[in-house]
Design a protein around this ligand. Structure first.
Ligand SMILES: CC(C)(COP(=O)(O)OP(=O)(O)OC[C@H]1O[C@@H](n2cnc3c(N)ncnc32)[C@H](O)[C@@H]1OP(=O)(O)O)[C@@H](O)C(=O)NCCC(=O)NCCS
Length: 181
C-alpha cells in the first residue's frame, strides 16, 4: 500500500490509533522488550495521546514528543529534549528516535531526523547533540546523513554534533513508494 502523503512530524494524534497499536507491539515482539507501557493505550488511546502532547519535563528537561505520520499510518517517534543536562551531554543528547519495524530500511529515520532538526531550529538551537550506541550502525548512518560530526564516545555512546547554522539538505520522497509488509 502506498503512503498517502510524505510523512511528517506531528504531535501525538488519535488519527493513527490502529497503526500505532499494530506497529509498537510488533516492535516490542521483534526486539524482545516488554509491551507493558502500551497497556494504557489499549485502554484509552485518547488519554494516552493527550498525556504525550505538549511539553513535559523528562530527563530533567523540557521535552516534546512527535510522531512520524502519513495519513493514518504511524511510522515512528522522535523525542526532542529542549536542552542538555550534564548526563545528557555525555549520552542521550537532544534527540532520540525510533522507526517501527514494518517501516525500517526505507529512509524514514534519515528523513525523520531531518524534520526533527527543523524543530530544533524553531526552538532556536544553534547545534544539536545526537548519540547512538557504538554498535548501532543504522543510527550512525542516520546521524551522519544529517551532518553529524563525530565528537568522541562517552558511556558506550558515540557522540555527534550537528550544526544548525546551515540550511537543511534537500529532501526527496522515496517513502511514498514504500509498501506495507
Ligand atoms: C536506527 C533506526 C531508527 C533506523 O531506522 P530506519 O528507518 O531503518 O533508517 P533508514 O532507513 O533511514 O536507514 C539509515 C541507514 O542505515 C542503514 N540501515 C538501516 N537498517 C540497517 C540494518 N539493520 N543493518 C544495516 N544497515 C541498516 C540503511 O541502509 C541506511 O544506510 P545508508 O544511509 O547508507 O543508505 C531503526 O533501526 C530503529 O528504530 N532502531 C531502534 C531504535 C534506535 O536504535 N534508535 C536510535 C537511537 S540513537
Amino acid at each position: 500500500m502506498l503512503l498517502p502523503d510524505e510523512p511528517r512530524l506531528v504531535p501525538p494524534t488519535p488519527a493513527v490509533r490502529a497503526s500505532f497499536l499494530a506497529g509498537e507491539p510488533a516492535d516490542c515482539r521483534a526486539d524482545g522488550t516488554s509491551a507493558a507501557w502500551l497497556a494504557p493505550a489499549l485502554t484509552d488511546f485518547g488519554a494516552f495521546v493527550a498525556r504525550r502532547r505538549g511539553v513535559h519535563v523528562r530527563w530533567g528537561v523540557p521535552t516534546s514528543t512527535f510522531w512520524y505520520v502519513s495519513g493514518g499510518h504511524y511510522l515512528g517517534t522522535l523525542v526532542l529534549r529542549h536542552r542538555l543536562t550534564a548526563p545528557l551531554t555525555e549520552a542521550g543528547g537532544h534527540i532520540g528516535y525510533h522507526v517501527v519495524h514494518p517501516w525500517r530500511r526505507r529512509g524514514h529515520a534519515t528523513r525523520m531526523l531531518a524534520a526533527g532538526l527543523d524543530e530544533c531550529r524553531r526552538l532556536g538551537l544553534a547545534r544539536v547533540l545526537v548519540t547512538c550506541a557504538q554498535d548501532n550502525e543504522p543510527s550512525r548512518r542516520v546521524i551522519l546523513a544529517n551532518g553529524g560530526a563525530p565528537h568522541g564516545r562517552k558511556r558506550g555512546e558515540d557522540r555527534f554534533w550537528i550544526p544548525l547554522d546551515t540550511p537543511p539538505p534537500p529532501r526527496g520522497n522515496s517513502s511514498a513508494a514504500g509498501k506495507t509488509p
